[in-house]
Design a protein around this ligand. Structure first.
Ligand SMILES: Nc1nc2c(ncn2[C@@H]2O[C@H](COP(=O)(O)OP(=O)(O)OP(=O)(O)O)[C@@H](O)[C@H]2O)c(=O)[nH]1
Ligand SMILES: [Zn+2]
Length: 317
C-alpha cells in the first residue's frame, strides 16, 4: 500500500497525489470507515457535515485527507484507509489544513480591516495559523506605502507574519514562500485582491484563472467549483472560496477573546477568570489596550464583534 494525499474530489473518484510527483485517480474500498477527527472538535460548529458516519462513501473523504492506496494494473487505485485528521474545515471542505494565507490590499479594493479581522478570528477559531500578504504594493505611492506599513504593523504586533507583496512585480513573493513550504494552506481574502495572481507568481508553471470568467467546457450553471490542492514547494495550497464568512455569531461570546492572540497574551493578568474584557474591574486587557500594548483598533473590533455575537445570542436565551 502507498501513502498519498487527496488533492481533488469528483463524484466517487478522488485524485490522490503519490510519492514522486505521481497522481492516481482512486475509488474508496466499499467498507471504508470515516477518519477520526480531533476529539475536541465535537460540538464546535453549529452545523455538522451530514456525511459524518453516513454510509454514502462518496462523502466520507475530503480533499486533504491522507490515505493508503493500492494501485491497480490500469493505473487507478483503491483507497484502503484514511489517516486521522488533524483538522477539518467546512468551508472550503478541506482536511488537515495547517494555515490560512490572508491576501488583502490597501487599494483596489480599498483597505477593509473589518473583513480582515473576521477572517483572522475564523482562522483562530479553527486552530489555524495565519500569514498575511498585503498585495498590490506596486500601486502605492511612497506616502500610501507608509500608511499601509503602519496598518500592517498592527497585525505584526498581534503576532501575525505580514509580507508586502506584488504579484505584478514579484516583490515579496520570495519572502512569502518559506511560510507555505510543506504545509497545507487555504488562501482567503475578498474578491479582486489578487489571490490567484499571487499563487501564479509563487508557481510560475501553474495557471489559475484570474479575473476573467472561466470558459472551461462543461462548467454549467449548476456545477459548483471544486476544491483542489495545488502543489507548492513540498506543500499544498487551495485557492477556494469559502473561508471568509461575515457572520461570526456561531462563535460563543465567551470564546471570542481566544481568537485574538494579543488578547490571549494579556488575559492571564485579568482579576477574574472568565473576564470578557469589557467593563470588568481589574481587566488586564483593557489596561493593555489603554497603554497601547494591544492596538486600540483591534480591541475595539473585539468589543464590536462581541456585541454583534451577544445581539444574536440574546433571542436564544
Ligand atoms: N497592480 C497589481 N494588480 C494586481 C496584483 N495582483 C493582482 N492584480 C490584479 O487584480 C485583479 C484581480 O486579481 P485576481 O488574482 O483574479 O484576484 P482574486 O483575489 O483571485 O479574485 P477572485 O478570484 O475574484 O477571488 C486582476 O486584474 C489582476 O491583474 C498586483 O500585485 N498588482
Ligand atoms: Zn479582562
Amino acid at each position: 500500500m502507498t501513502q498519498g494525499l487527496i488533492v481533488k474530489a469528483f463524484n466517487i473518484w478522488y485524485r490522490v497525489a503519490l510519492p514522486g510527483g505521481l497522481t492516481a485517480d482512486c475509488r474508496p474500498r466499499g467498507r471504508l470507515q470515516p477518519p477520526a477527527g480531533r476529539p475536541e472538535e465535537a460540538g464546535r460548529r453549529p452545523e455538522r457535515r451530514s456525511g459524518r458516519g453516513d454510509p454514502d462513501r462518496s462523502r466520507v473523504l475530503l480533499v486533504g485527507d491522507r490515505v493508503g492506496v493500492t494501485l491497480q494494473p490500469d493505473g487507478t487505485g483503491v483507497i484502503e484507509e484514511v489517516l486521522p485528521r488533524r483538522s477539518e474545515l467546512l468551508r472550503p471542505p478541506v482536511a488537515n489544513v495547517d494555515q490560512v494565507l490572508v491576501v488583502f490590499t490597501s487599494v483596489e479594493p480599498p483597505w477593509n480591516s473589518d473583513l480582515l479581522d473576521r477572517i483572522l478570528v475564523q482562522a483562530e477559531r479553527e486552530g489555524l495559523s495565519a500569514v498575511l500578504a498585503l498585495n498590490k504594493v506596486d500601486l502605492l505611492s511612497t506616502k500610501a506605502r507608509e500608511d499601509a506599513e503602519a496598518r500592517v504593523a498592527v497585525y505584526r504586533s498581534a503576532g501575525y507574519p505580514c509580507i508586502l507583496t506584488s504579484a505584478l512585480t514579484g516583490e515579496g513573493v520570495e519572502a512569502l514562500r518559506p511560510y507555505l513550504r510543506e504545509r497545507i494552506t487555504v488562501v482567503a481574502g475578498q474578491s479582486g485582491v489578487g489571490k490567484s495572481c499571487l499563487l501564479n507568481a509563487l508557481r510560475p508553471g501553474l495557471t489559475l484563472r484570474t479575473g476573467a470568467v472561466s470558459t472551461k467546457a462543461g462548467r454549467g450553471r449548476h456545477t459548483t467549483r471544486h476544491v483542489e490542492l495545488l502543489p507548492l514547494d513540498g506543500g499544498w495550497v487551495a485557492d477556494a472560496p469559502g473561508f471568509s464568512r461575515l457572520d461570526l455569531s456561531y462563535i460563543p461570546g465567551e470564546d471570542l477573546a481566544g481568537c485574538f492572540p494579543e488578547i490571549v497574551r494579556e488575559a492571564a493578568g485579568c482579576r477574574f477568570r472568565g473576564c470578557l474584557h469589557v467593563h470588568e474591574p481589574g481587566c488586564a486587557v483593557r489596561r493593555a489596550a489603554g497603554a497601547g500594548a494591544i492596538h486600540p483598533d483591534r480591541y475595539s473590533r473585539y468589543t464590536s464583534f462581541l456585541a454583534e455575537i451577544r445581539a444574536r445570542e440574546a433571542p436564544r436565551r
